[in-house]
Design a protein around this ligand. Structure first.
Ligand SMILES: [Zn+2]
Length: 145
């Protein structure tokens, strides 16, 4: 076989890249080029389009409607006189609004709002007041005298 660079007749030639041209050259000429042989040409892969992926992940998920399922099912109906009853039981026990609040772990301002009717107590707060002060603020059962 003839070296394509120097013309020498060789048993085997090496394929090299010489300034962009692939040449079969002898072993002594191989140093002038870059070996191609088994070397895998570096393949530049297209990087994944991150923006596109992010866009797909951003697809808005509709929020479930479970939140309001029980909104229309109050456990117990408040006594229309509940705010007056709160004040009555507090005065009966000789407590200030601050002391009353401390007993149920609520701020004085909360007690004040309850007694003025400005704040409707949650079911949890109703139960807490009922248990703590032995008073009934709901209509399901007759009031405790
Ligand atoms: Zn050669």
């Amino acid at each position: 076989m003839i070296c394509e660079m120097c013309g020498a007749d060789q048993e085997s030639l090496t394929l090299v890249n010489v300034e962009g041209s692939l040449l079969r050259v002898c072993s002594s000429c191989a140093r002038f080029g870059k070996p191609v042989g088994g070397a895998t040409p570096s393949v530049r892969e297209e990087p994944e389009d991150r923006a596109d992926v992010a866009g797909r992940l951003k697809v808005a998920r509709g929020r479930g409607l479970e939140r309001d399922l029980f909104a229309d099912l109050p456990e117990r109906e408040l006594d229309p006189e509940w705010s007056r009853k709160v004040r009555q039981v507090r005065e009966k026990l000789g407590l200030t609004q601050e002391q009353f609040g401390q007993r149920i772990n609520e701020k004085t301002s909360v007690v004040h709002k309850l007694e003025s009717g400005a704040l409707e107590p949650s079911d949890q707060l109703v139960r807490k007041i009922e248990r703590t002060f032995k008073v009934r603020l709901t209509l399901r059962e007759p009031p405790v005298s």
